[in-house]
Write a new protein. Sequence first.
Length: 260
Amino acid sequence: MKTKQPLPFAEPVITDADKKKMEEVKRSVSRVEVISELGQIKRLDPVYNQRRQFIKTIPKFWPTALFRHAGLAMDLKIEEDIKALQYITDIWVERNPVEPRVYTIQFTFSKNPYFEDKVLQKVYRCNEKPGSRNEPADKEGFKWSMLDFDWDRDVKALASSIHWKPRKNLCQQYPKEVDEDGDVMELGSFFNWFESDGDAFDIGLLISDEIFPDAINYFNGEVDDDDDNDNDDSEGEDSEEDGNKGKDDEDDDDEDAIAL
């Protein structure tokens, strides 16, 4: 539960009617935000389909885009993973028609020495709320139950099997590391993401929210690395602190000289 920031003056007193009106306004704002999100998803779908056809002609487009994402690249360090992922020919985010904020991520591969499957997928399923199935949607496709949506609470990432070729099972060769509480500490092979329930490192969100919509910029290396920016800011702060410290030392020396 969120704690209110204390005020330096008396807390405003509002009537129950005003409180009710505030809640109605909040719900109206949230409704418009959800409709806007659903509309954007719908409008972008044909554009992504056009892009999909074009980038199939670009060699190693998707492997390049994946490895250029600084956060995801941290989980792509195993040499055999690097080799296997270079066979990716397509990545697609298939939206759920009932709840478009959840999806299935599909990786398409060319023939490769690792597994028989042409397509590997990671399914994210939304837990259906009681009564939501029979709730009518308005002309915008909106249901009021959509306001009660929380990714961490409502969405479950499901495992899918991979048909590995003999002696090529990377999940067995590089298993994930789990602590005594069952929490995943190291992913091991990237392909454990497909074969395991859950998504401990939010790989699906990185792909669906960052890499997939901005794939061309990632391919071209034109996306800013927030981590680098944070480091630059930290270095700038450190330099400023060092400069101030040096100035303070000089001031102390001047005061000592005056005292003498």
